[in-house]
Design a protein around this ligand. Sequence first.
Ligand code: UD1
Length: 344
Amino acid sequence: MAILVTGGLGYIGSHTVVELLNNNFEVVIVDDLSNTERFILKNIEEITGKRPVFYPFDLKRRELLTQVFDAHHIEGCINFAASKAVGESQLKPIDYYENNLFSLINILQEFKERGISNFIFSSSCTVYGQADKMPIDENTPLKMPESVYGKTKQMGEEILSDFAKAYQRKVSLLRYFNPIGAHPSAKLGELPIGIPNNLVPYVMQTAAGVREKLNIWGNDYPTEDGTAVRDYIYVVDLAKAHVAALQKLMQSTSEEALIDIYNLGTGKGSSVMEVVKAFELANIVEVPYQICDRREGDITIAYANADKAERELGWKSETSLEEALKTVWEWQKYLETRNTEIKL
Ligand code: UD1
């Protein structure tokens, strides 16, 4: 019996594969390598001593997916495969809807036909938009996200809820806050493909001299230091939450539909300026920056109430911001030794 991990060579996917293997799950990865590199597979093997089965193809190719389901006894899926660049999603909406939703529907068709349950979906705190009060718990009303990327997450959640109800299946919708950091071995992390959109990879590259200066998008927000506040969750902690969510689904003996929803964050908000300062302090490096206008579509503040995950999954974030930022710097040094191409 195996767990299908789509996008299993990506950033969060690869860390989750390691945690699954460490917990003795059989893993089958499907990843089209569109936003990662093949050496990640080798590194997963070096970390765990186990080599997961890997199929390099695009999940929109239903006939290939059917062959994977024919070849393995799949008993669950963690679906990471998706395009995730917010700006790009605005420019290429149809590609984003096609990529993020067709692939999901193809997997669900296989699940439906074969009677498989246990589906875990990578969702995002973006489904809450700018929430009216902090911290954000799972009962916070959803708002239509501004970006096409965000809409694909909200639509994915709805498709899965309908799937669970109509066919009495078990699904878990995991709403990530801001994932950061790299594996403690420094063999897995967020790959620098193109100019980073997200804060921490940009900070990392600025400290390394790949980028001249970090642009801080706005210091006139109504927050303590004027910069926007987010909840930065360490990627290995996040990966562990997937294993806990999967185990809960698999242990449920109910014949009824089960739709679990969890916020995955630390419960603590940090401002952009705090992240920059924490990175400098943790790694004894300098991060040159300049203050710029606000970035369109950004919200002021978002941090989680993750009590439900602690209560029901026995999971909570364990790693401090500083510790997580240290792993980022180790990952950068590893990338330099590999001479991985960093596109300016
Ligand atoms: C973004 C997406 C969100 C997605 C998440 C994935 C937007 C509006 N939202 O979240 O939908 O789920 O990534 O990780 O893009 N910042 C800078 N300078 C930079 C980069 C970022 O000041 O070069 C600031 C941003 O303005 C923001 C904070 O850092 O206040 C975090 O930004 P980012 O890492 O891009 O994450 P989000 O915008 O929270």
